[in-house]
Design a protein around this ligand. Structure first.
Ligand code: TRP
Ligand code: SF4
Length: 327
């Protein structure tokens, strides 16, 4: 039986961190054997909010692409490409914009939320309102059966389903209606115990050097109630312990759990142990990264190859679409 096709994307907002690794990336990686995968960098989407500061985007695209290859997304198994290289997305976006009722966009919860959150940005532009229409074009272009996304993106996939149905209703059955495949969001917290995020300055990046990781771990907030080395701690409320649970072996986890409660281990030592384990777990990622950094031609060829594969599918879809719309 043919594999089902999935597609997902990321905006190029900078290097990826542990939160991204345990959220989207791990999930994508786990799907690459069982599905026909299309993963792309949504650089046009980055413009919807950062249209006045486009300078860093090219660098961010490369950061994200290197991170993808470093964690082991395989170009032999997935089609990895860059949205703006496939101009067909823009054409399909335009056609979909004709059939998308404005109220669908205006009542989109993500739209309202972002406008409220990004108060320092003027988001009263057409492109930002149309964000989900471009996303719908990204998805249905490849006739994806499923879209693995976090809960924050679920309303966009819902809108995509509605737009796909509406297109089919007007012009005939061209597009499958894609399913949302909900990714469990990573519960990993940042150094300051808030959600790990580049903009909070509390992230450990996949591309951080070993010493950078050690330094960041040494700054992590532990059990806030444990003021002195002689106070017993509570691993259950300590973020460092959550990291141990991800990166240390069972023996260490149990020992830290016990010794922390009995005040037999200090936080400095506890963090050092965890940092070494984390550095070890990230070692293969770092190794792959330095390989690709030393071989920019290989990376360029991988991008070109992914673009070409995506382009072939997009071209075919657009031929069908133009015929259906009679334009
Ligand atoms: N909006 C997504 C995000 O911010 C990125 C994205 C663009 C996307 N197009 C997509 C995700 C298509 C899934 C499918 O993360
Ligand atoms: Fe957290 Fe470890 Fe300190 Fe306990 S000893 S509070 S688990 S850092």
């Amino acid at each position: 039986m043919a594999k089902k096709r999935i597609l997902s994307g990321m905006r190029p907002t900078g290097p990826l961190h542990l939160g991204n690794l345990h959220g989207a990336l791990a999930n994508w990686k786990s799907m690459q054997d069982d599905y026909e995968c299309f993963f792309f960098i949504a650089d046009w989407h980055a413009l919807t909010t950062d249209y006045d500061a486009t300078m860093p985007i090219q660098g961010y695209i490369l950061d994200v692409f290197l991170d993808w290859l470093s964690v082991g997304l395989s170009p032999d198994k997935c089609t990895l490409f860059i949205q703006s290289h496939i101009k067909e997305h823009a054409e399909l976006f335009l056609l979909l914009s004709m059939i998308t009722p404005l109220p669908w966009l205006e009542r989109n919860p993500t739209y309202k939320e972002q406008i409220a959150q990004l108060k320092n940005r003027d988001l009263s532009n057409f492109g930002f309102l149309g964000y989900p229409v471009l996303q719908a074009a990204d998805i249905i272009m490849y006739k994806a059966n499923g879209v693995p996304v976090g809960i924050d993106q679920a309303p966009h996939v819902e809108l995509t389903r509605e737009i796909a149905r509406r297109f089919n209703h007007f012009y005939g059955d061209i597009f499958p209606v894609p399913e949302t495949i909900l990714t469990e969001t990573s519960k990993i917290l940042g150094l300051d115990r808030r959600k790990m995020s580049k903009s909070y300055n509390n992230a450990i990046f996949l591309s951080d050097a070993a010493d950078e990781i050690r330094r960041k771990v040494s700054e992590m907030i532990t059990d806030p109630q444990r003021a002195r080395r002689t106070d017993p701690g509570d691993p259950a409320v300590c973020n460092v312990f959550s990291f141990h649970q991800l990166y240390s072996n069972q023996e260490t986890i149990h020992r830290v759990d016990r010794q922390c409660r009995e005040a037999k281990i200090g936080c400095v030592e506890c963090k050092q142990m965890m940092a070494e384990n984390l550095v070890g777990v990230l070692e293969p990622i770092r190794e792959r990264r330095s390989y690709y950094e030393a071989h920019p031609d290989t990376v360029r060829a991988i991008i070109e190859d992914g673009d070409q594969k995506a382009q072939a599918v997009a071209r075919k879809t657009m031929e069908e679409v133009r015929a259906a719309v009679r334009i």
